[in-house]
Write a protein that binds this ligand. Structure first.
Ligand code: SF4
Ligand code: SF4
Length: 345
């Protein structure tokens, strides 16, 4: 999204609830066994998952939404994943972020191509890789299968250059931080994603995870963060947009550190700008606070459910996805960002 698009979102968010980001966790079934999984208490427990007919009813009541994420669990374990993605054509997203652990290489590649043939928006799976082979296998397992899935995604990118790309995401933790510089170079050279993002390991609201590295080590990650910000071609051609993106990323990194050091964050836009739908129909403003209700009890009308949703005062967390939105899409966030731009010039 360009600067004008971000500015429009800031305006929309300031004057109304615009639900710009919709996160749907289709299933809590998963073939992964990650020790840091923030849903580990729910993974592979029995859930009455929303049916495709229920999903259709939900989508009918949603406004147009630009940023869509369909996740899990391992979302490719939903047998009807192609049909689900097809139904979301109706809300006209720009792009679908589809996180996967990449374990079932051939199955994922086949289903991804089927999805591509059925959607009218861009598909960008995000593959989770936690470090070099030994480190990745210690926390997630199946490094080789995951890397093989990335190779399949490169083939799909060649076949569908306008409609498909893929990213890598890595969760920063004590047990991988020391090799992330080397690992980020390896990913850039060998995996060749469109981007390699890093996020902080999550904890419940107002808590810091025991797995999060100490702040001094985290601060050193800024060089890696900025190296990736500069070397991946984000389609901005090295001009003003590239500079603004780099300053935004620099501001975001410093903001994450300030949350950890000061244990406070900008007023959160969760619920105003974004919402989360769980496999069983529970709806929450974010992935860390408890649900505000179940969509089955509200005639499948999520916008109605969100009308009176509130978040606790002074809530803060290290959930990077939501914190990015708080900087990018609020006037107070722009204040943080603009100070960074002025300081750099
Ligand atoms: S693959 Fe994802 S959902 Fe599954 S256990 Fe790992 S972090 Fe959790
Ligand atoms: S700061 Fe926002 S995203 Fe984080 S737990 Fe609170 S409401 Fe959720």
């Amino acid at each position: 999204m360009g600067v004008l698009g971000i500015a429009k979102r800031v305006l929309d968010t300031t004057i109304s609830k615009n639900l710009g980001t919709f996160i749907y966790l289709t299933t809590f079934r998963c073939n992964g066994t990650c020790d840091f999984c923030c849903f580990k208490n729910s993974i592979n427990k029995k859930f009455d998952e929303l049916s495709i007919d229920e999903i259709k009813k939900i989508i009918e009541k949603l406004p147009e939404i630009k940023d869509l994420a369909i996740s899990g669990g391992e979302t490719f374990l939903r047998k009807d994943i192609v049909e689900i993605c097809k139904e979301f054509n109706k809300i006209k997203p720009d792009e679908l972020c589809l996180p996967t652990n990449g374990i079932m290489t051939e199955y994922i590649a086949g289903k991804t191509e089927e999805i591509l043939k059925n959607i009218n928006y861009k598909l960008v799976p995000t593959v989770s890789v936690e470090g070099m082979e030994k480190t990745h296998n210690k926390s997630r397992g199946h490094f080789r299968e995951t890397v093989a899935t990335c190779a399949e995604f490169r083939k799909l990118r060649e076949k569908y250059p306008e409609k498909f790309d893929f990213k890598i995401n890595t969760v920063i933790r004590k047990d991988n931080i020391d090799e992330l510089d080397e690992f980020s170079d390896w990913v850039y050279t060998n995996i060749k994603p469109s981007y390699h993002s890093f996020e902080l390991v999550r904890e419940k609201p107002c808590h810091i995870s025991d797995m999060l590295p100490e702040v001094e080590k985290l601060k050193k990650m800024k060089a890696v963060f900025m190296k990736n910000s500069k070397r991946y071609d984000l389609g901005y051609g090295g001009g003003l947009r590239t500079k603004l993106t780099a300053s935004l990323n620099s501001a975001l990194f410093d903001y994450y550190i300030s949350i950890i050091e000061n244990k406070k964050a900008l007023p959160c836009l969760a619920g105003k700008l974004s919402t989360v739908l769980y496999p069983n129909g529970d709806v929450s403003v974010c992935e860390l606070l408890p649900p505000i209700g179940n969509v089955r009890d509200y005639e499948y009308d999520i916008p109605k459910m969100l009308k009176n949703a509130k978040i606790p005062k002074n809530c803060w967390c290290t959930h990077t996805c939501f914190q990015i939105a708080n900087v990018k899409y609020s006037l107070r966030g722009w204040n943080v960002w603009l100070k960074k731009i002025l300081k750099a010039n």
